[in-house]
Design a protein around this ligand. Structure first.
Ligand SMILES: Nc1ncnc2c1ncn2[C@@H]1O[C@H](COP(=O)(O)OP(=O)(O)OP(=O)(O)O)[C@@H](O)[C@H]1O
Ligand SMILES: [Mg+2]
Length: 282
């Protein structure tokens, strides 16, 4: 029905710089796999290979069993920034994705209006990108990513530039759209909670050259933003990324919990994590 992706022993180097080392994974039809890893490790490069924008140096990328060569509107890539053309209205931006596929302008605009309504932008169709907020622009970019019903969505830090609250509402919107449209999704993110909330499976990558350090399977359950049931997995992912949370530090030091009032509180520990993650993302 949808699209199955297969990476077979993919290697990638850019003039001698090895970026991806022997990456093999199958991505099932309709599965959402999140890719997390340190900055510069090669996540976007993997997405570009899947989008047909880069060729692997070795190995094969297969789409439903056949080599996926070159860009294809069935595999839509959504970039983090500059997602919209500033000289087009939101509706024209969304419609463009259909016009590229030779659908006539009137039909394209009608579809664009319908998708803008789905992402809660009814009434803003004729606004230009600079006249709406960052979160609204990303909503419009989501509508544009979905309007042509791609079988595969490749999302590169789609909400990276947004504040935490906006990000959460957009994650909800994205999840609803995915449930309706059912595409196969590869999601690159620096936000471990975003990966836990949205993904069926999370791949944690090493520093460059990227290889998978560990894979986490999450049942497709009814998740909420209260991710406390995934606290153990979250600490493990953060520690694979080189960030120690209080729990695993305590476990490593094997010290009894201290009652020292000057000991850092949970709030400051998580603030620390956020800061380090932001530095990783920079
Ligand atoms: N077209 C290119 N030409 C030369 N080098 C490239 C090219 N694309 C990526 N690289 C290099 O490959 C490495 C991995 O880049 P990539 O963008 O895949 O990292 P990333 O994991 O997405 O990082 P970030 O989390 O910061 O976005 C970097 O060292 C980068 O300089
Ligand atoms: Mg990147």
């Amino acid at each position: 029905m949808y699209m199955k992706l297969a990476f077979k022993h993919i290697e990638k180097d850019f003039s001698g710089l090895q970026v991806i080392k022997d990456f093999s994974r199958d991505i099932q039809d309709g599965e959402l796999v999140a890719l997390v890893g340190p900055s510069g490790c090669g996540k976007s490069t993997l997405l570009h290979i899947a989008a047909g924008l880069e060729k692997p140096s070795k190995g094969q990328f297969l789409v439903d069993g056949v080599p996926g060569l070159g860009p294809d509107p069935e595999r839509t890539l959504m970039f983090q920034e500059n997602a919209l053309y500033p000289w087009l209205t939101l509706a024209q931006n969304v419609a463009l994705a259909l016009e590229f596929q030779k659908i006539n302008k009137r039909t394209a605009l009608r579809e664009a209006h319908a998708w803008l309504e789905k992402v809660n932008l009814k009434g803003f169709e004729d606004y230009y990108p600079h006249q709406v907020s960052g979160g609204m622009r990303q909503r419009a970019a989501l509508a544009r990513a979905f309007v042509a019903h791609p079988k595969t969505l490749l999302l590169d830090e789609p909400f990276g530039a947004l504040d935490a609250l906006t990000r959460m509402t957009l994650q909800d919107a994205l999840r609803t759209l995915i449930r309706e449209a059912g595409p196969t999704v590869l999601l690159v993110t620096h936000d471990v909670d975003e990966a836990l909330f949205l993904a069926d499976r999370i791949l944690v990558f090493s520093a460059r050259p990227a290889s998978v350090l560990k894979e986490f399977n999450l049942a497709r359950s009814e998740k909420t933003h209260d991710l406390s049931e995934f606290a153990g997995m979250r600490s493990e992912i953060l520690s694979l990324l080189g960030i120690h949370t209080r729990n695993d530090e305590a476990a490593q030091n094997a010290e009894p919990p201290s009652n020292d009032p000057s000991a850092p509180s949970d709030a400051s520990a998580s603030k620390d994590e956020t800061r380090i993650l932001e530095e990783l993302a920079a």
